[in-house]
Write a protein that binds this ligand. Structure first.
Ligand code: ADP
Length: 162
């Protein structure tokens, strides 16, 4: 049986922290869908298409990883692609409460979906898309935090917005 996993998030934009989780889980599962959950209430900086394109670009070295987008419930998406594993990254204790909540909800909505947590590498434990955007806005060096294409995309975004 093929072991199919999903790795959901906003990915606005994808960071080295996300990539670390993606590359590590791609070694464990046969197929990994990195899925952008389209949540307009979060007021994203990048459009869904831009986020997908960046994910595709930086994951193309992993043949079993596919980028996708979904506007409904994660539990339904998992059913559609036949996934039995939901991968989430854990940074700090502060992530825990929220993750407990959505894990319980997802379990209720889809009994066949098991959530797995991967602990971030220490160097990425402070890293989030929001913090990267915050510092990129002021022209800080983010080359250690995101892949080159993402750094370029952020620079373009902020020069457009000026
Ligand atoms: P969400 O809106 O679901 O929090 P994110 O794009 O912020 O979406 O995160 C998607 C997933 O990646 C989550 O499981 C999150 O915990 C994980 N993640 C984000 N940043 C990091 C990081 N620096 N290290 C490990 N996991 C991370």
């Amino acid at each position: 049986m093929e072991r199919i996993a999903i790795c959901p998030g906003s990915f606005d934009p994808i960071t080295n922290g996300h990539l670390d989780i993606i590359s590590r889980s791609s070694r464990i599962f046969d197929k990994l869908y990195v899925v952008v959950l389209n949540n307009e209430s979060k007021h994203p900086l990048f459009t869904v298409e831009e986020r997908l394109e960046l994910i595709r670009e930086v994951t193309k070295k992993y043949p079993n990883v596919e980028a996708d987008v979904y506007s409904g419930l994660l539990a339904d998406y998992a059913r559609e692609v036949g996934a039995t594993a939901n991968i989430r990254g854990l940074r700090a204790v502060s992530d825990f409460e929220y993750e407990m909540q959505i894990t319980s909800m997802n379990r209720l909505l889809n009994h066949d979906l098991e959530t797995f947590f991967i602990m971030t590498r220490n160097q990425y434990s402070f890293l989030s898309s929001s913090i990267v955007k915050e510092v990129a806005k002021y022209g800080a060096d983010i080359s250690e935090l995101v892949p080159g294409v993402v750094e370029k995309a952020l620079k373009e975004k902020y020069s457009d917005n000026k």
